[in-house]
Ligand binder design. Structure first.
Ligand SMILES: NC(=O)c1ccc[n+]([C@@H]2O[C@H](COP(=O)([O-])OP(=O)(O)OC[C@H]3O[C@@H](n4cnc5c(N)ncnc54)[C@H](OP(=O)(O)O)[C@@H]3O)[C@@H](O)[C@H]2O)c1
Length: 252
């Protein structure tokens, strides 16, 4: 059992917290006495999320496959003032490529840009990002051929760009492992608790270890990431394409 040293109460937003790792992270943080704001795709899922995490403070609704709704999620979050941590957790896997692109790549970009800068940002990536391609030439296609692995590389690129540009924020990424959630499937071999422990540790721990930026973790240990994520030219091109598609500039 790993002993974690936590801060006093923190205010944390977790996207996609109606189910899976988002819900488990939210429960764990709320049980520790932190102020947790949930997020769900619509009002029905929001009610479900609140039932599952009764200790949470509030639920913001908004479908991250819709750009306007995603912008409204950011405004809804800002109504709560500055968060100590935002966990960009929501994601989709076996869905049409356009939905993968919008939910996994574009929504975290919009939310990062529009939510008042928190002290800590945590991005849920995946070991599958190691096989991803930046695929930037596909961004402006109506039906972008962006795979799940590509989208999880984009999340890494976004995280590393934020870490480079915002020196006052700790921005890090997590591979939760292949765990038995709705996305991972019942036969997933990894430990479910370890699947959310790293994000909650990065969000609130008072240890010195998580007070870093631009790192990628698996089960509390740092791992190497795809070098494309650290390529500054690719990051800049990525940010400028995201700006063109969404109309939302990246705040410097
Ligand atoms: N499970 C794994 O093995 C694994 C491995 C590597 C990385 N990850 C990453 O870990 C994160 C969490 O995955 P998980 O396993 O917990 O998946 P999950 O059980 O499928 O949960 C995903 C969450 O995201 C929400 N979501 C999906 N699309 C949304 C949309 N358009 N608008 C708003 N919310 C939306 C879902 O809402 P609903 O419940 O309403 O559908 C759900 O709450 C993801 O980013 C995933 O890529 C997971």
């Amino acid at each position: 059992m790993i002993r974690l040293k936590f801060t006093e109460m923190a205010k944390i937003l977790i996207t996609g917290s109606a189910d899976g790792l988002g819900q488990l992270s939210a429960k764990s943080l709320a049980d520790q006495g932190h102020q947790v704001v949930l997020h769900a795709r619509n009002s029905e899922r929001a009610r479900y999320a609140k039932q599952k995490v009764p200790g949470a403070e509030h639920v913001i609704s908004g479908d991250l496959s819709d750009l306007d709704e995603t912008i409204n999620v950011a405004y809804g979050a800002n109504a709560w003032g500055r968060f100590d941590a935002v966990i960009h957790n929501a994601g989709v896997y076996q869905t049409p490529t356009r939905e993968i692109f919008i939910v996994n790549t574009i929504a975290p970009y919009i939310l990062t840009c529009l939510i008042q800068k928190p002290k800590r940002l945590i991005y849920l990536s995946s070991s599958m990002h190691l096989h991803g391609r930046a695929n930037l030439e596909n961004f402006k296609n109506d039906y972008p051929r962006i795979s799940y692995s590509d989208s999880k590389l984009h999340v890494m690129m976004l995280c590393m760009a934020v870490a480079r540009k915002w020196s006052d924020v700790y921005a890090n990424a997590v591979d939760p492992g292949w765990v038995p959630t709705k996305m991972g499937g019942q036969g997933a071999p990894d430990d479910l608790q370890k699947g959310y422990e790293t994000q909650t540790w990065l969000a609130v721990s008072n240890d010195s270890r998580p007070k870093v930026s631009g790192r990628y973790y698996y089960h509390l240990a740092e791992r190497r990431y795809n070098p494309q994520a650290g390529d500054v030219m690719l990051q800049e091109r990525f940010l400028s394409l995201c700006r063109d598609i969404t109309g939302v500039p990246f705040p410097q």
